[in-house]
Design a protein around this ligand. Structure first.
Ligand code: PNS
Length: 168
């Protein structure tokens, strides 16, 4: 059984992530999405909210057989605990390379049994990032082209709640 982990912040999940996810699911017997509580970033959505959005997005996109978990800790430990032998990451442009190279080599140093697998993004998503989507939504822009409806709705609701909280 070839089991792979697709980790990320997914704050929130975009069509770019879903494209990688769909293609990775074809390569492995089992794919697990790990929504990682990344201490380097301050997320808009909590880890549980991000996980639930991934689940809803998978349902909306009719992608079946993919498990979704949250994880805080080292990725290699997560992979080992789940019996995953590969970590899947998407590459958009050369700008992703340096970080991903460092990430993959560090993970290999930590556990040489876990292989990093990179998939090139589809051309139409090469510019897309969760940060960009959040920025567009923040200024009231239309994000329907970049994220599933359930995510677009959650973004509007979350930003409205945050704005109210700041004002009140
Ligand atoms: O979507 P992102 O933010 O690019 O994902 C990065 C992520 C969360 C996959 C990465 O930061 C991670 O795996 N963090 C877990 C902690 C870890 O294992 N760090 C050491 C590897 S260099």
């Amino acid at each position: 059984m070839r089991r792979a982990l697709y980790p990320g912040s997914f704050d929130p999940i975009t069509y770019g992530h879903l494209d990688i996810l769909r293609r990775a699911a074809r390569l492995f017997d089992q794919l697990i999405v790990a929504v990682v509580e990344n201490p380097r970033k301050e997320p808009l959505f909590s880890a549980v909210e991000r996980r639930d959005l991934v689940k809803k997005a998978l349902a909306e996109e009719k992608i079946r057989g993919v498990n979704v978990i949250t994880y805080s800790g080292l990725l290699v430990d997560c992979a080992r605990e789940l019996g995953a032998t590969a970590v899947v990451r998407g590459l958009r442009a050369t700008s992703d390379f340096d970080y991903e190279f460092q990430f993959a080599l560090t993970n290999r140093d930590l556990d040489s049994d876990i292989e990093s697998v990179f998939l090139m993004t589809a051309g139409q998503y090469s510019f897309l990032s969760s940060s960009l989507v959040k920025e567009i939504a923040q200024y009231g822009g239309e994000v329907g082209k970049f994220v599933p409806d359930c995510v677009a709705r959650a973004l509007v609701a979350k930003l409205k709640r945050n704005r109210r909280r700041k004002e009140g």
